[in-house]
Design a protein around this ligand. Sequence first.
Ligand SMILES: Nc1ncnc2c1ncn2[C@@H]1O[C@H](COP(=O)(O)OP(=O)(O)O)[C@@H](O)[C@H]1O
Ligand SMILES: [Mg+2]
Length: 261
Amino acid sequence: MSQSGPGLPRGAPVVKVEHVRLDYHKEKEPLPVLADVSLQAGRDELVAITGPSGCGKSTLLRIVAGLIKPSSGVVRVLESEVKGPREDVAMVFQNFVLLPWRTALENVVFGLSSRKDLTEVQKRQKAQEALDSAGLTGFENVYPGELSGGMKQRVGVARALATEPKVMLMDEPFSSLDDITAERLRVETHSLLISPSTSIQSVILVSHNVEEIIELADKVVVLSGRPAHVAGELTVDLPRPRNKKSDEFFKWVDRVYAYLS
Ligand SMILES: Nc1ncnc2c1ncn2[C@@H]1O[C@H](COP(=O)(O)OP(=O)(O)O)[C@@H](O)[C@H]1O
Ligand SMILES: [Mg+2]
């Protein structure tokens, strides 16, 4: 989420999800998962999507990433329709799958495979910069098997950052980590994403952890029902840095829970 600079003003739409519906198919029967979901993520915004387990959060994020085609409706990123995976959109998963036979650096380079415009040397350079940003300086030549869960997740973040995306999608990126590691990574990831030195204009975070959401989000979208619709949308105007122990903070947590229950 680079600071506004030239281009779009803060809050101008970067991602638009318009009337997206999705049916999976189970034994030939349609399984409706998303019913008419619309939302927007704006310039310099972190939008959190939450909702009960199985309600379709990951499905929605995959649609935004162009990995699944919606049954109807459209997704636009910077006004152009998403028709498949694209270079200006990157995704970080809960359990980022790293290639075990490649080092941390090589895993990040691998994420740049499709970039025909870059030489091998340039790819390694970009990968190194991304590893540095993700706090992995000195771990370039380590294999995934020797990395802790938190470090593996950092490699996942670096792999996404190296592609210099405009939109960063994160699906429960901290939920498989222990509390202390998760908290550190949350703080670091947020400051990284809002740093003017990155290409990122907008972040969509899927999470079922309401405190995490109130810590990080500018806007919260709550999904509910089967098939899921948007049950509520809240703009979190708590000043930053947010005090996780303040009464105000818990008021916001309760507001989100009110939509979830
Ligand atoms: N590839 C698939 N084929 C059929 N059903 C699926 C598929 N992926 C997910 N589902 C079903 O769609 C629903 C939403 O899944 P998901 O998007 O993973 O939810 P969430 O991320 O909110 O937990 C669940 O009922 C799940 O079982
Ligand atoms: Mg999920």
